[in-house]
Design a protein around this ligand. Structure first.
Ligand SMILES: [Zn+2]
Length: 307
């Protein structure tokens, strides 16, 4: 199984259009030792020709252009995109769907609740509704992915509930009418042949014992690296919600992911979904050094892995 990182930043990307934090400012003036990043998007392929997209980033059209394996070849209208999998309803993970309008048939895997939020509460998504064949993801039920054309992928997917909340924009009344297990998923993907295992968790409110084993037994872990500290955004904006209130465990501090996952030995460990305010984007920072010393890496757009 091949894994491609097409985007590695949190919502807003890096730099973010309206942000003048130290990272964004120095990225623009060329004094930051680091790379610009588009909003989080990964893809996996069993054969290096058909691709399953993990989420649907608002940057998806240019991410497709950045990676020739995702270009159409042959027919006037076609795509190597076999299907998309949605792990939540955050805008930075679903807006890309609407940008794929062009009458191209698509297969989209999501929980019933995420499908409902997207299709029944957003009039503009009616633009793509006729294109989409939905496949339901049920937490803790493993499925073999199949392409929009019906071909078996040879990739098994185990979605698991992260006990997250529905996005802020959903609103209390709608959110409380839906089951919380369907709000936010982690994904474990592995080849049927047993050659490699990926765990994909771009958003994680905390590490739960019920799925810790998946992390310990995978080969590649892509984990929530949104914020370094719990109050990071408040420090930049002067107000707002903490990382944990936004459904992201911070990397540092008590019960941060560095501490919580310190015992992980097997997987290659990579932080993804990195917010533009996070000091780990600066490769000269002490925070970046600390994370590297703990055996972690920071995802960059364009990274590729063979499992
Ligand atoms: Zn910024």
């Amino acid at each position: 199984m091949r894994v491609k990182i097409l985007g590695s930043a949190a919502g807003g990307g890096f730099p973010q259009w309206n942000c003048a934090c130290s990272n964004c400012r120095r990225m623009r003036d060329g004094t930051l030792h680091g790379s610009a990043r588009t909003q989080v998007q990964a893809a996996v392929s069993p054969d290096n020709s058909s691709w399953y997209l993990l989420s649907a980033s608002p940057d998806l059209p240019r991410q497709i252009e950045s990676f020739p394996k995702l270009h159409p070849a042959g027919q006037p209208r076609e795509t190597p995109i076999a299907a998309l999998l949605l792990t939540g309803a955050d805008l930075d993970q679903v807006l890309g769907l609407i940008l794929l309008r062009e009458s191209q048939p698509l297969r989209v895997y999501a929980t019933r609740s995420i499908r409902k939020i997207i299709m029944e509460n957003n009039i503009i998504f009616a633009m793509v509704s006729k294109q989409i064949a939905w496949e339901e993801l049920i937490p803790s039920r493993e499925v073999e992915l199949t392409s929009v054309g019906g071909a078996n992928s040879g990739i098994r997917c185990l979605p698991f509930a992260l006990s997250g909340n529905y996005p802020y924009y959903v609103g209390g009344a709608l959110a409380s009418s839906m089951v919380s297990e369907e709000a936010l998923l982690g994904l474990r993907l592995e080849s049927v042949s047993g050659s490699g295992r990926l765990v994909y968790l771009p958003g994680a409110p905390f590490v739960e014992e019920s799925w810790r084993e998946y992390l310990e037994t995978c080969d590649l872990l892509l984990f929530d690296g949104t914020f370094w500290t719990d109050d990071e955004l408040i420090g930049v904006q002067g107000s707002g919600r903490t990382a944990r209130q936004m459904g992201h465990m911070p990397i540092s501090g008590p019960n941060g992911s560095l501490e919580q996952l310190a015992g992980l030995k097997r997987p290659r460990k990579i932080y993804i979904h990195v917010n533009n305010t996070n000091p780990i984007l600066d490769e000269d920072s002490p925070e970046y050094r600390r994370l590297r010393e703990a055996g972690w890496e920071v995802a960059q757009d364009g990274m590729e892995f063979d499992l």
